[in-house]
Write a protein that binds this ligand. Structure first.
Ligand SMILES: [Zn+2]
Length: 444
């Protein structure tokens, strides 16, 4: 991964290699500005800035979002990350709050009259779990744009390109015509047939494109004659039609076009609106195009690689030789003021102040203990105690009772956990791009 560089005016400059960054730091020409993303600040002001064309690319997902910064000229991925969202945690938190309020109401305490039908959802309202995903992405785009000279954004907006597939059932794109169209057709079929085998209930098997009425029996290549089947069912069906195979309803089902609404994803559109607010040109791409780009370049499947392959602007060659950061949205503190016993009465005293001696729970600190039983050097997340004697959680475990006097903040807690250790190299054995001339029997 390349190191972000800023000058004394905090203007982002061309990112540099880790070797050169280390040299600059050693010679005192730069200092570490930030740990994540790793950024160094030069000791001088740079007047004439020459920056490469960098594009920040996003593949938003429900659980994880892939992020990649690609040098458009060299095709090099200079930064990659996967953001793990906390949609489920938010949902659970809200459910827990609702349960607590409900139980309190039935206990005849003073508070919390039941309220209902007293809220109007504003236009563009999204559920909190989805909103949090968008905010996660926005935060990181914002953060990366501060330290890398980004000239454009790309995001995957839709599963398949409706332009390319306009009325696919009627106009009948022959799916073998044009490889890119083939990829769009696959995504379309996945969406239409619910990502499962049409002749069985298996969901996790690789699926193949299958003709409802086989070509040998006069069936066409139109999308309305195509469905998805696992290899086993495809083999068993052989040259029979779906009706002969015992699925007479499929023929009718195939002729029904997929409703547009099914392919539109409110979260992604809301994200697009937010991205437009950055004032950078935003390019959008389809899932079919992403998969096509990735397969043609012989890259493995990963969220961050998908991100690097989003959109028409993807360079001919993508050099994906970085280890991505694993970013996990952890949220900030808890809103609950004190813990309850099983009857709902306060069990603990109210929470203490969240800042103690300038430290906050969740900050990344380095503690060099020079005296006492715990002599040593520790680096990890701190949990503050009002006594000033903190707990530090390192990779090896939690060390209790470290005085604030030994601690130094190296990265402020910002609601995200970062992991580089669990990352694995993606460049080891990229799969060969499959032959795309005949799509029947190609697993995806
Ligand atoms: Zn099957």
């Amino acid at each position: 991964m390349q190191v972000a560089v800023i000058d004394q005016n905090r203007k982002p400059l061309a990112p540099t290699s880790e070797v050169r960054a280390r040299l600059l730091l050693k010679r005192g020409k730069a200092a570490v500005f930030r740990r994540v993303p790793f950024t160094i600040i030069l000791a001088r002001v740079v007047e004439e800035v020459q920056v490469p064309e960098l594009r920040l690319k996003l593949d938003p997902g429900s659980r994880k979002t892939g992020v990649a910064i690609v040098n458009q000229r060299s095709g090099e991925v200079i930064f990659a990350a996967e953001i793990e969202h906390r949609g489920e945690a938010i949902k659970q938190g809200l459910a827990a709050r609702r349960a607590i309020r409900r139980s309190r109401r039935s206990r005849k305490t003073r508070y919390r009259k039941a309220r209902f039908l007293n809220r109007r959802r504003p236009e563009g309202w999204l559920p909190p779990s989805l909103k949090s995903r968008i905010s996660n992405i926005e935060t990181w785009v914002n953060r990366l744009a501060l330290f890398y000279p980004i000239s454009g954004l790309s995001m995957e907006l839709v599963k398949f390109d409706t332009q390319l597939l306009e009325n696919p059932e009627i106009s009948g794109i022959e799916y073998q015509k044009g490889e890119l169209a083939g990829y769009e057709v696959r995504e379309y079929l996945l969406e239409k047939w619910g990502r499962k085998c049409a002749y069985g209930s298996e969901t996790d098997l690789p699926l193949q494109i299958e003709h409802i009425i086989p070509r040998s029996r006069g069936g066409s290549d139109r999308v309305s004659n195509l469905t998805l089947a696992c290899e086993e069912c495809n083999q068993r069906k052989g040259t029979r039609t779906a009706a002969e195979f015992g699925f007479p309803e499929l023929e009718q089902q195939g002729k029904k076009p997929l409703r547009d609404a099914a392919a539109l994803n409110a979260t992604r559109w809301a994200l697009l609106e937010r991205l437009k607010g950055f004032g950078l040109p935003v390019e959008t791409g389809s899932g079919g195009l992403t998969k096509y780009n990735r397969t043609m370049r012989g890259l493995a499947k990963a969220h961050w690689i998908d991100a690097a392959c989003v959109g028409k602007s993807t360079p001919e060659v993508i050099i994906a030789g970085v280890i991505p950061l694993e970013i996990k949205a952890t949220g900030h503190n808890s809103r609950q003021m004190c813990r309850m016993d099983k009857y709902g009465f306060p069990r603990t005293s109210a929470k203490g102040p969240c800042t103690v001696k300038g430290f906050r729970t969740g900050d990344l600190v380095r503690a060099i203990v020079t005296s006492g039983k715990k002599i040593g050097r520790y680096e990890g997340r701190v949990a503050v105690r009002s006594s000033g004697s903190f707990n530090v959680t390192t990779a090896a475990g939690t060390i209790q009772g470290i005085s604030h006097r030994y601690c130094l903040v190296i990265h402020r807690g910002d609601g995200y956990g970062i992991n580089r250790a669990g990352a694995r190299s993606q460049n080891s054995s990229p799969p060969k791009p499959p032959k795309l001339a005949a799509m029947d029997g190609v697993s995806f």
